[in-house]
Design a protein around this ligand. Structure first.
Ligand SMILES: Cc1ncc(COP(=O)(O)O)c(C=O)c1O
Length: 363
């Protein structure tokens, strides 16, 4: 078995990293000069680096290690599945047990009529799926011109060309000629930074009503969907005023615009419910999930789709998919992760214990 050289001196590991590894969202030369931190192991909420330093992982990896590090059950689920069936595709009239069980489980956990699952490898490519699926939905309904997706400035929806286009981060748009055509933006509901003299309630309504103004500006028969996180994560943990989401939901219903809730961060307990949509009281047509779906132990993402949208998609061949859509090992790990979240009441723990406790801390 290949043994990884965790024992090498930090400087040697740093030199190899600097010579060959380009990091995401990083100025590589600056990092090489500073010296990267080498993480070697983790247990519970604690990381350990190559200097033996213990670090409290308050960010849960990258907002994803919802059940904590070091859970043997997930390693065992992966090993068992690798021995049984390490890979098979789901393109050519075949399925396998882990993928169908996970699809059923997600349909059970997701609210309302979100009963259908299309698998991806992470959040970015699940959002790429969403772009294609909402446009295909409207085309199948005879409205092919209905292809604009409205998002928000400062939103983060991933790093693929589609995901970064849906995101409203101007720095990201500045590299690689983004966004792609057919994406429009409104302002974010960030009262604390942008509310001025308005009350949170007034500001929430004002920002939500920008959606209605944008739909009218573009023309309702050209708008396919609105995408947003229930609570913006990477943008700065922006909790919208209480008036915001009910107004957004009203506008989407009025103009028959599909609502995509990007739950890549909010999903699987982070807001005290299984989904952030439940916390803010909305009924999306599509939910994007990733991260906490496997607690980050293995890459997997998905679009969870309503009966209304799936009924239309099922009537055509949706020419889309990834080699690793519904990868059996990833699905087996995700199922085991969901079992732990459920059996250990982690979602309830967040709502009833952790969040009330943290809310008492004033920095
Ligand atoms: C809201 C949201 N959407 C999409 C993504 C992209 O997910 P991934 O990095 O798994 O592609 C992220 C990642 O942080 C995210 O926070």
């Amino acid at each position: 078995m290949t043994l990884l050289p965790n024992h090498l001196p930090t400087a040697e590991l740093q030199a190899i990293d600097a010579a060959h590894h380009l990091h995401p969202f990083t100025h590589s030369n600056e990092l090489a000069e500073k010296g990267v931190r080498v993480i070697t192991s983790a247990k519970g909420i604690w990381l350990k680096d190559s200097e033996g330093e213990e670090i409290l992982d308050a960010m849960a990896g990258l907002w994803c290690v919802n059940i904590g590090y070091g859970r043997d059950e997930l390693a065992d689920a992966a090993a068992r599945q690798m021995r049984e069936l390490p890979f098979y595709n789901t393109f050519f009239q075949t399925t396998h047990v882990p993928v169908l069980m996970l699809a059923q489980k997600l349909a059970e956990l997701a609210p309302g009529d979100l009963n259908h699952v299309f698998f991806a490898n992470g959040g970015s490519d699940a959002n790429d799926t969403n772009i294609r699926l909402v446009r295909t939905y409207w085309a199948e309904k005879g409205q092919a011109g209905r292809d604009v997706i409205i998002s928000r400035w400062n939103a983060y929806h991933g790093s693929t060309i589609g995901g970064a286009s849906l995101g409203g981060m101007k720095g990201m748009h500045g590299q690689g000629s983004l966004p792609i055509p057919g994406v429009a933006f409104i302002d974010q509901p960030h009262w604390w930074a942008e509310g001025g003299d308005m009350t949170p309630e007034e500001f929430g309504l004002e920002r939500a009503q920008q959606l209605e103004a944008k739909i009218k500006e573009i023309s309702p028969d050209k708008v396919a969907a609105f995408i947003a996180e229930p609570i913006q994560g990477a943008g700065g943990v922006i909790v919208p005023p209480e008036t915001y989401w009910p107004e957004i939901q009203r506008i989407c219903k009025k103009y028959d615009i599909l609502l995509i809730a990007d739950e890549v961060i909010c999903g699987f307990g982070r807001t005290g419910n299984w989904f952030g949509s439940q916390t803010v009281g909305i009924e999306p047509d599509v939910i994007t999930v990733a991260k906490g779906l496997s607690s980050g132990y293995i890459p997997i993402g998905a679009s969870i789709i309503s009966d209304k949208v799936a009924d239309v998609l099922r009537g055509t061949e949706f020419s889309h998919g990834y080699t690793y859509s519904g990868h059996p090992v990833a699905c087996a790990v995700a199922l085991e992760n969901l079992r732990i979240l459920e059996e250990e009441n982690i979602v309830e723990q967040v709502k009833d214990v952790t969040a009330p406790y943290l809310s008492l801390i004033h920095i």
